[in-house]
Design a protein around this ligand. Structure first.
Ligand code: FES
Length: 187
């Protein structure tokens, strides 16, 4: 009888241990899940910050003033304008210089052309006597409105978005894919 009581007592003690261990495991799992959840929540903004330059467009152009509109009242020939550009590249702001031509487009309206040759990226120059643009690298020739005349360039000179703000002509300078027939923005 005494032995039986001891056995029962032993069983009760062992069951209590199991319950305590199970409770501990449950709280440990709960704590683990909570910690992992918090870690994931904190990791999202950090990852977004670190990876931003990878998924963001490589660089973003900013509208840049070219000059007062009255400077472009006579577009009988393209007008060369140097630009000081600011571009946002990931977290950085990059300063650079570029050249554009303000000219009369095929439809008679004002156009802003990039001076970067669409073939392999040399800078075209306006030739006074010939009234055309010549690329010094491989000899591509373009009309005053940017239309391709001859040479290896697969397309005409690239047109840039422009607008007038408070009497000033503004341009959004963009870079385009080289050596392809259509104008594709790359940055
Ligand atoms: S870079 Fe202009 S023709 Fe080749």
């Amino acid at each position: 009888m005494e032995q039986q009581e001891e056995k029962i007592q032993e069983n009760i003690t062992s069951n209590k241990d199991v319950i305590v261990i199970n409770r501990r495991s449950f709280f440990a799992v709960l704590l683990g899940i909570g910690t992992a959840g918090m870690g994931a929540l904190l990791a999202v903004p950090v990852l977004r910050y670190v990876l931003y330059p990878l998924y963001a467009k490589s660089s973003k152009s900013i509208w840049t003033p070219i000059g007062a509109m009255h400077e472009f009242s006579d577009l009988s020939k393209p007008i060369l304008k140097p630009l000081d550009l600011k571009q946002v590249d990931g977290w950085r702001e990059v300063d650079s210089s570029q050249t554009v031509y303000v000219t009369k487009g095929a439809n008679g309206k004002m156009e802003v052309l990039s001076a970067i040759c669409p073939h392999l990226g040399c800078t075209v120059a306006w030739r006074k006597g010939h009234d055309d643009f010549l690329c010094p690298c491989h000899g591509s020739i373009f009309e005053a409105d940017g239309k391709h005349v001859s040479g290896p360039s697969p397309r005409g000179l690239d047109t840039l978005p422009h607008k007038v703000v408070d009497g000033k002509l503004m341009v959004k300078f963009e870079y385009f894919r080289e050596n392809v027939p259509n104008q594709e923005v790359v940055s």
